[in-house]
Design a protein around this ligand. Structure first.
Ligand code: GLY
Length: 364
């Protein structure tokens, strides 16, 4: 199909902006030796746990899942597991995937309700079925028959945030906006963290991805999320899509992502990052190249800033078999000014480092 002029201008502007690559350095990026665990910035404790377990000989996927379970169990992380922000109907629906390098097997669940740790269910899909992905009612049934209790995942804080969003959604419905001076402190804190403007957009959300390489060079990866805030019921992001939110090849490395899942699914970003590493790219450069692909192929005007850059955030994390690691974000910082970072644990310890970035965020 020929490109419309408007579409072409959008991509041309993005291409021009691509030459102004922002921060593509700044990481120590190992290898300091194995094991290594890398994750999104909300996973500092998670990478620490995964590293310690691998040091004691635990399988890299088991270690990755145990690390991610910390974040899934934490009600203060409102982007993953228990306490995650619900969908537009006020229901928490979780997505997760796991990939085990040594066996080359993977498992995933999507739109799963009532289980804090969807990664545990995803692992059972991998281990005990002939399938890779179970969704919705089928995933819930599978969790039931495997003995997972039906838990209420909606915390008071998440319920209050959802209710405030619902009350503010439209001037043409029967909900009345609460006065700003009576804003609940929990809601205010959430708005300060993510920005109210962003909250209205379907691009806001969070996730944890964790990739791990043990001392033998065996690899595991896992991703877990409550998805976009206030998403449509049944909306599935990249996290449970093998090859998008998570991909592992035991000969090469592992990669995954956080951020706008739709953008990732369209380029199969996790798989692409691993293929770039297979071609010899450093994990950081592999992540940058995936972002470059996303920026280049995002053509819809509604998804672009006026300057042609993507109007959404997305970050990739990757590690190779040698323990070299890196992460790259579309922008060097969020719209609320938080620097793009990732968590890493290796023999130097557990810490956060700055992501490389495709673009520098301009003052708005
Ligand atoms: N990356 C998480 C999601 O889009 O749901």
């Amino acid at each position: 199909m020929p490109l419309s002029r408007r579409t072409f201008l959008g991509t041309a502007a993005a291409a021009a902006a691509l030459s102004k690559v922002a921060r593509a350095q700044g990481q120590t990026q190992g290898p300091a030796g194995l094991p290594v665990a890398i994750s999104s910035s909300n996973g500092l404790q998670a990478v620490g746990r995964a590293f310690e377990m691998m040091q004691k000989g635990t399988d890299p996927l088991d270690a990755a899942i145990a690390g991610v379970n910390i974040v899934e169990d934490d009600p203060e992380d409102m982007t993953v597991g228990y306490g995650g922000i619900p969908n537009q109907d006020g229901v928490v629906q979780l997505d997760a995937s796991v990939f085990h390098g040594p066996t080359g097997r993977a498992g995933a669940v999507a739109s799963l309700e009532g289980v804090k740790n969807p990664t545990k269910v995803a692992k059972l899909v991998m281990e005990t079925t002939d399938h890779v992905l179970l969704v919705g009612a089928g995933a819930r049934w599978f969790a039931d028959v495997n003995g997972f209790a039906r838990e209420n995942l909606l915390t008071e804080k998440a319920r209050k945030v959802w209710l405030y969003w619902r009350q503010n959604l439209s001037a043409n419905d029967k909900w009345l906006e609460p006065p700003l001076d009576k804003l609940d402190p929990d809601v205010k804190h959430f708005i300060d963290l993510f920005g109210w403007d962003d909250l209205r957009k379907p691009t806001t959300g969070g996730t944890i991805h964790l990739s791990a390489v043990d001392s033998r060079g065996d690899i595991g990866g896992c991703t877990s999320t409550s998805g976009l805030f206030f998403k449509m019921p049944g909306r599935v992001g990249d996290s449970p899509i093998i090859g998008a939110g998570c991909f592992t090849d035991n000969d090469v490395g592992s990669a995954g992502s956080t951020g706008r899942g739709e953008a990732n699914i369209l380029v199969s970003g996790g798989h692409l990052a691993v293929e770039f590493m297979r071609q010899g790219k450093h994990p950081k450069d592999a992540c940058v190249e995936v972002l470059r692909r996303i920026a280049k192929t995002t053509r819809e005007k509604r998804l672009l800033e006026a300057d042609g850059r993507p109007a959404f955030g997305i970050t990739f994390y990757a590690v190779n078999k040698k323990g070299q690691y890196g992460a790259a974000s579309m922008y060097d910082r969020s719209k609320t000014g938080r620097p793009a970072q990732f968590a890493i644990a290796d023999p130097r310890g557990a810490r956060k480092e700055d992501c490389a970035a495709l673009f520098e965020r301009r003052p708005s």
